[in-house]
Design a protein around this ligand. Structure first.
Ligand code: NAD
Length: 366
């Protein structure tokens, strides 16, 4: 049915109700007493291919919270992968616990569980999981991607994510300002982590006026020294005069409190789930005349990178060329949003769902 919202929450004891509502194919529970492993794998939709999405390790306060997260994240991957043009479905795994629990046996046990899914789910890194963890998982299964370059993998996906975000930002600028040049534009980058720092490199080359915020002063000082970017207090980032707001830190920063404060013409950043409420806040941005480049479209460079590694024949140039297409897809979605008077988020979801439906029909014949 594909017609569900990411904001659904799990009610105690209603797992089947929830996976039916969000239209998941499978929810797998993994437990291993010897290593203390407790993990969940959500497989949302495999119409386009094996479900690809990273593993997140987090000390969830409750099982319900972990279930909600894995269902929401795996569903998100279905639409991200579809929009990126990948022949991959949507899935995600969460491991419940403190990341200090990780060791070789723990990760290899997790790899065995992944292997048991026989390729229906392919894992990669996400929050608190890195390329070295993938190496241990790869000792037990080939259904893992995001390995280090020295192991034949694509390495850190962040530079590719930053490139796709930059492409999406340029497309949104073209829509808002009539030109995709970012020269002289004031761009506020919230979060100067892995993606933010690479994004800033592109903005510097375009002679943009860059504002930066982060919760770590040392990171800010280093970037400011290198690029001349101006540091902004994290609490004031929504109030500054800017042309483009680029969320590259947390989710849900487009919400009841912030949207009314934003003075920008464009929102384009890498952070996942930027809209606190997909429908409400997507619509509010549209009504305010802010051009919004949907996050799950423009931050897909990372999954394009790991997807290419999994599907075989990894070539960095091909990955960048595919990521560059985010520019055209973004323009198409923004045009659709304007023409049909729907939010950019809704337009992007419709394009993703249409691809899944049409390719699903192709697959009906052998
Ligand atoms: P990261 O952890 O390297 O960077 C995030 C940065 O945000 C950190 O420097 C952190 O200190 C900062 N931050 C945290 N809270 C903040 C706040 N309140 N105000 C300002 N800054 C704050 O993460 P990343 O890999 O750069 O990813 C950034 C975002 O992009 C995340 O939402 C992530 O899920 C998303 N994303 C990343 C990738 C990827 O390839 N790394 C791919 C897709 C999506």
């Amino acid at each position: 049915m594909l017609e569900t919202k990411a904001t659904e929450t799990v009610q105690h004891g209603s797992i089947f109700g929830q996976i039916t509502k969000m239209d998941h194919e499978q929810l797998v529970v993994c437990h291993d007493e010897a290593t203390g492993l407790k993990a969940l794998v959500g497989i949302h939709n495999t119409t386009l291919g094996p479900a690809l999405g990273g593993t997140r390790m987090w000390p969830y306060a409750s099982e319900e919270e972990a279930i909600t997260d894995v269902l929401r994240l795996s569903r998100g991957m279905t639409f991200k992968n579809a929009l990126a043009g990948l022949n991959l479905g949507g899935g995600k795994a969460v491991i419940i616990g403190n990341p200090s629990l990780k060791n070789e046996a723990f990760l290899r046990r997790f790899g065995k569980f992944i292997n048991g899914l026989a390729g229906r789910y392919v894992t990669a890194e996400d929050v608190n999981m890195n390329t070295s963890d993938m190496e241990y998982i790869a000792m037990e299964t080939r259904h893992v991607t995001g390995l280090p370059e020295i192991k034949g993998g694509g390495g850190d996906p962040s530079p590719v994510t930053a490139y796709g975000t930059y492409m999406g930002m340029k497309a949104a600028a073209k829509k808002a300002f009539g030109s995709d040049s970012l020269e002289g534009k004031t761009i506020a980058v919230q979060g100067v982590g892995q993606v933010g720092k690479y994004l800033i490199d592109y903005l510097v080359k375009e002679n943009a006026n860059i504002l930066i915020s982060d919760i770590f002063e040392d990171k800010l000082q280093a970037i400011s020294k290198k690029t001349g970017a101006t540091i902004v207090d994290p609490n004031l980032i929504y109030d500054v005069d800017m042309d483009i707001y680029a969320p590259c830190a947390l989710g849900a920063t487009l919400n009841d409190d912030t949207i009314s404060r934003l003075k920008c013409a464009v929102v384009a950043g890498a952070a996942n789930n930027q809209l606190k409420d997909e429908d409400k806040h997507g619509k509010e941005l549209q009504e305010k005349g802010i051009v919004y480049a949907p996050d799950f479209l423009i931050n897909a460079g990372g999954v394009i990178n790991v997807g290419a590694e999994y599907l075989g024949g990894y070539h960095r140039e091909t990955v960048y060329a595919q990521t560059e297409k985010i520019y055209d897809t973004c323009l198409h979605i923004l045009d659709k949003s304007e023409k049909e008077q729907i939010s950019a988020q809704k337009a992007a979801m419709e394009v993703a769902k249409a691809r899944i439906r049409s390719i699903g029909n192709v697959k009906l014949s052998f």
